[in-house]
Design a protein around this ligand. Structure first.
Ligand SMILES: [Mg+2]
Length: 211
């Protein structure tokens, strides 16, 4: 599959965010997560890199459209830190000197209010306008479907339905879900911020947390 896919990585982001001012040196330090949050939320360079990645994705998609034949075209995208920006959740945890945990994470995703990664919504809407199907492959759990659907629909993203929002079903590996899409589509782009978003060889690597 790898040879048929063009990999687009937005940016590998330490997903922490900052919505509060530094008031406590200990919590602000928190292994650097707050500083990473500041970069994600405030740096013009971060936004530029995201736009650059999605501009490149559009160029690649246009090239694929010119060569289109056979099966219909599709793009596959990860959600968290590829399409949705969860930095407010991470900021709250970091400032409180706490790490990620599933219960508070799910309370956040249930709200369905995350902002988008720069460039992402316009790219996926463009793909849909060209007749390209979009699949969302994420390791969010099934009980996060309502909040996730709400969040994606908030930005009027295309193909937000049960058939195209492929949540984690048991294994955290995304390979079987990618293969399922490949049965019916020519997948021309993979979009992600973690290497397991692109290829099974990176699954279960300790340096690549999910989702
Ligand atoms: Mg991600």
């Amino acid at each position: 599959m790898k040879s048929r896919l063009i990999i687009i990585s937005t940016v590998i982001i330490l997903s922490a965010g900052i919505t509060a001012k530094a008031q406590n040196n200990t919590s602000v330090t928190n292994n650097g997560k707050v500083w990473a949050s500041l970069w994600q939320q405030r740096a013009a360079e971060y936004k530029a890199l995201c736009f650059q990645a999605y501009n490149m994705a559009k160029l690649r998609l246009d090239a694929a459209l010119k060569k289109k034949k056979g099966k219909p075209l599709a793009v596959i995208t990860d959600i968290d830190e590829t399409l949705l920006d969860n930095s407010p959740y991470d900021a709250q945890r970091a400032i409180a000197n706490l790490d990620y945990d599933l219960k508070t994470w799910k309370a956040w995703t249930a709200k369905g209010i995350a902002d988008t990664v720069p460039g992402a919504p316009s790219f996926f809407k463009y793909a849909a306008s060209k007749g390209v199907t979009v699949f969302y492959i994420t390791n969010r759990d099934e009980d996060e479907r309502p909040g996730t659907t709400q969040n994606l629909k908030l930005y009027k993203l295309p193909f937000v339905d049960e058939a195209h929002l492929l949540l984690k079903q048991g294994s955290s590996s995304k390979e079987s879900r990618r293969q399922k899409v490949l049965k019916s589509y020519n997948v021309v782009l993979l979009c992600g911020d973690n290497l397991p978003d692109f290829d099974a060889r990176y699954d279960n690597h300790p340096a690549q947390p999910q989702p």
